[in-house]
Design a protein around this ligand. Structure first.
Ligand code: F0G
Length: 432
């Protein structure tokens, strides 16, 4: 399902600058929200039905340290920090829209399957509004602790399925169909309407100058699909004159989109080769191949938005790449050292930009926006493991995913509880 607007009967903004004026009216929660102040570009909800918790106050930051790492010129790389959302990930952009629609149709219960962030997001909206009972389905041992702790603390009924995310997704689809529970995964097209605003905020921060590239991690492919739709609609409305290229980055251990596009799968005017997809999944099942990456947020082998992502690739002259867990964790350490930090899956964007730069696909002077989808504190175990390679348990955790080098480890310095020892430890590492 897709949300499609008859713009002739609506009042989209005539210029994107019009939207900026809303900020001066920010005592109105709808104008404060980084999603709903763009509501003329996602006009499906009456104002009095909107449920907002102040999502979308996020930041686009020029990050020269990270640009250097990726091989880009100073001033060329921008990081979009979606971890600054209330539940710590980009999901809140979409969840406010889905929950608003749930409110419009009078739903009393909502559910999702999740690798962690969707569940945290749905749970925070339920606890903040007290309007819905929430069921979240997570795979066993496949969810970062920060995210599980959120779902539990916000009071969501958490079903820990003895399976992985793909299993949980298949089950929640059936459960929602049978039990009249409102489904909040990104198969829900209203989720994607909210996620379009990430693009609007990026363009706003760039003073409406379209960048050359938008690089995004690919999991269930909701973001990629929403970005393609946002850009196509802005172009259709004459609000931008060109469309940036989209680069979708899979983790190598969860690379369905990368493999399928490498085999030639494309949008094909709305008729992608369904047989190719069916054959691919049949083989995956025959091999009992499960998604496997330390970037647990994108540990997904059956992306529900595959078709829409193909449409987005078509609309943006987009490309797909895969990166290893080693590349992801190295990029993550560089992002942490060069800015606000992010969780592992998010770092696939910078690892992907670095790869595309090395391939010569991205030029050093191209303006590149990498989406940092989730907050650094979502998955502290992995971060600490990377930075403490001297510990056997750290090495074991990382080696299981073939991460054997920690070139950017920032190891804690063990020091005696004694002033002179502390001072000499500081002297030994002091820069000036
Ligand atoms: N980055 C993070 C931090 C995520 O949590 C996800 C998806 C993605 C990237 C991939 O985005 O699905 O739009 O391609 N997390 C989902 C979840 C699947 O359940 O939290 P996508």
């Amino acid at each position: 399902m897709d949300v499609s607007y008859d713009w002739n009967r609506l009042t989209p903004p005539k210029s994107l600058r019009e939207i900026e004026a809303r900020w001066s009216n920010r005592l109105n929660p709808l104008d404060f929200s980084g999603v709903w102040r763009f509501r003329n570009l996602l006009p499906f909800a009456p104002d009095d039905k909107v449920i907002t918790i102040g999502e979308g106050q996020t930041l686009l930051n020029c990050a020269d340290g990270v640009a250097k790492y990726a091989g880009l010129n100073a001033g060329s790389l921008f990081l979009q920090y979606e971890g600054l959302n209330p539940s710590g990930s980009f999901k809140d952009n979409g969840m406010t829209a889905a929950i608003t629609h749930a409110n419009m149709v009078g739903a009393k219960a909502a559910a999702c399957a999740s690798t962690g962030n969707t569940s945290a997001s749905l749970a925070i909206y339920a606890s903040a509004t007290q309007q819905f009972q929430v069921f979240v389905f997570v795979g066993s041992g496949k969810i970062a602790y920060g995210k599980l702790s959120q779902a539990l603390d916000y009071g969501a009924k958490t079903l820990q399925l003895l399976g992985d995310f793909d299993d949980a997704m298949a089950q929640v689809l059936q459960v929602c169909a049978k039990s009249k529970i409102y489904l909040c995964n990104s198969v829900n097209p209203f989720r994607l309407e909210g996620q379009k605003t990430i693009i609007f905020r990026i363009l706003e921060a760039l003073r409406w100058e379209v960048p050359d590239w938008i690089v995004v991690p690919g999991g269930n492919l909701g973001n990629s699909s929403a970005f393609g739709k946002a850009l196509s609609e802005l172009k259709q409305l004459g609000l931008i004159d060109r469309i940036p290229r989209l680069a979708i980055i899979n983790a190598a251990g969860a690379n369905t989109l990368h493999r399928l596009t490498a085999e030639g799968l494309c949008w094909n005017n709305g008729r992608p080769d369904k047989e190719l997809i069916a054959r691919f999944y049949a083989q995956m099942d025959a091999e009992k191949r499960k998604a496997d990456t330390l970037a647990t947020a994108i540990q997904i082998n059956r992306p529900v938005n595959l078709h829409k992502a193909l449409r987005a690739l078509d609309a943006t002259d987009g490309i797909v790449r895969e990166v290893s867990d080693q590349q992801i964790l190295d990029a993550k350490a560089q992002i942490g050292a060069g800015g606000f930090g992010c969780e592992p899956a998010s770092a696939a964007s910078v690892a992907g930009a670095k790869l595309l730069r090395a391939e010569g696909v991205i030029a050093p002077s191209d303006r590149v926006v990498c989406i940092l989808t989730g907050h650094q504190l979502k998955d502290p175990n992995l971060t600490v493991a990377y930075h403490t390679p001297a510990k056997q348990e750290s090495r074991d955790l990382l080696a299981a995913a073939h991460v054997t080098e920690m070139p950017f480890a920032n190891q804690p310095i063990v020091v005696e509880n004694q002033l002179d020892a502390i001072l000499s430890a500081i002297d030994a590492v002091k820069c000036n």
